[in-house]
Design a protein. Structure first.
Ligand code: ATP
Ligand code: MG
Length: 415
């Protein structure tokens, strides 16, 4: 059997690439408008970074990492998310010593060994954004606003924003105790993974994907009811900034982010249009992550936005990506002399920034015209003996069939 792409991966074919390029260009644009600069980090990191930076009670670290030993016996992991790498680079290059905050964005492939299904892949792609160095809720509100504006520009603005607070080191222990008391009688019925979380990180049980566990946690005590005064005030501030920007949200105490390092703000943009893979964007605050990874005690906030899920949702909402890009001009020729002229003209126009195309299969004239149609070129120029002599080119508008004669030196302008 012919070799196929690995399970959970997808090829992006040339006829679809322009849709990806569109969202990527828009992503860069909005990040620039909001004052975020790009960071590019390696596709793989030392495994230790993710054990520390994501947390060993998470699904990602417990079950989903692509980890292998390289030929130098180092344990290497393909990046399952972007934040840990951004933090590592922030520390390694002493960016914390500069004026804060540090605002960065990225566009990365991520790798997770998951059960492959619609909207869930083993290689997927994320837009991400981070703000390191400020504990003000202005930063949280800014990040949420960027996500909201971006999704609105992508035509999916009716997606729901869910926000919550997962508290801090002061108030979480009380909730944890209450949650353990609530879950203790149901312990035997929990899935194996959740049993292992009971002592170490019971809040994670609220995020279990198994239907049975979801049923079991119904009615569990919610972190929002246990917030300390500081966390309460921050949550109020966040809501007031979102209100000021007229950004609609739902307070949803069930939002528990999948990663250990989150504190205070947690949010997700959720749609009902993609079945159970409805979270398009998720993020929050992680005030202890930088220190955890070996840097100074500095707060941070950020989000990750899945590109595949975004594109699926845009498609679902009937977003108009326009036509796939096509050449402005196709140049056809009749005869050898005309062919040389065509090649010269092609090169001349391309160097002036015109997208021009020629038939590199050298079909006969009829074949070239058929191919011209296939390429979707806006105009076709036919080069024959007359054109070579007169330096005057006949341009055919492929949509209307209308023909005009244009001097060679005016061609680029005419197009
Ligand atoms: P989920 O609850 O769906 O597993 P998550 O909490 O693991 O998501 P994050 O780690 O917050 O997801 O990643 C941010 C975003 O990346 C998600 O909101 C989603 O859009 C996307 N994403 C995560 N895992 C996958 C995957 N396996 N395939 C495609 N997209 C994904
Ligand atoms: Mg997941």
């Amino acid at each position: 059997m012919a070799i196929q792409a690995p399970k959970g991966t997808k090829d992006l074919l040339p006829q679809d690439a322009y849709k990806w390029q569109f969202i990527e260009a828009e992503w860069k644009k909005i990040c620039k408008e909001y004052g975020f600069k790009e960071i590019r980090t390696p596709m793989f990191e030392a495994t230790e970074l993710f054990n520390r930076g994501i947390g060993d009670t998470t699904d990602v670290v417990q079950k989903e990492m692509y980890t292998f030993e390289d030929l130098g016996q180092r344990s290497i992991t393909l990046k399952p998310e972007g934040t840990a790498s951004a933090v590592r680079a922030f520390i390694e290059h002493n960016l914390y010593a500069e004026t804060q905050p540090t605002k960065m964005f990225y566009d990365i492939p991520c790798f997770r060994y998951e059960k492959a299904q619609k909207g869930r892949y083993r290689q997927f792609h994320q837009f991400g954004i981070e703000n390191f160095g400020t504990d003000s809720m202005l930063a949280d509100a800014e990040i949420i606003a960027l996500g909201y504006d971006f999704l609105t520009r992508m035509g999916v603005g009716d997606i729901e924003l869910h926000i919550s607070s997962v508290g801090c080191r002061n108030c979480r222990p009380k909730h944890r105790e209450a949650l353990q008391d609530f879950l203790r009688p149901k312990y035997d019925e929990l899935c194996e993974t959740c049993k292992s979380r009971f002592d170490k990180n019971p809040m994670r049980i609220l995020d279990c994907k198994s239907d049975k566990d979801r049923e079991l946690v119904k009615g569990a005590p919610m972190m929002l009811d246990y917030l300390c005064d500081d966390c309460k005030q921050d949550f109020e501030d966040l809501k007031s900034y979102l209100d000021a920007m007229n950004i609609k949200y739902v307070v949803d105490p069930t939002i528990v982010r999948g990663l250990d390092y989150y504190t205070k703000t947690a949010f997700e943009f959720i749609t009902t249009k993609l079945g159970s893979q409805g979270t398009v964007c998720g993020g929050g605050r992680y005030d202890h992550l930088i220190e955890e990874i070996g840097g100074p005690d500095m707060p941070g906030v950020g989000f990750g936005l899945g590109k595949e899920r975004l594109l699926m949702l845009m498609q679902e909402c009937g977003f108009d990506f326009g036509e796939a890009p096509a050449p402005q001009l196709f140049i056809a020729w009749i005869g050898d002399e005309a062919k040389s002229y065509a090649v010269m003209l092609l090169h001349e126009l391309r160097s002036q920034g015109i997208s021009a195309e020629i038939d590199t299969k050298e079909r006969n004239f009829k074949g070239q015209m058929k191919f011209a149609n296939k390429t979707g070129a806006a105009y076709t120029a036919v080069i024959g003996e007359d054109e070579v002599k007169s330096n005057e080119i006949t341009l055919k508008n492929m949509e209307t069939g209308e023909q005009t004669k244009v001097k060679r030196e005016d061609l680029a302008n005419a197009l």
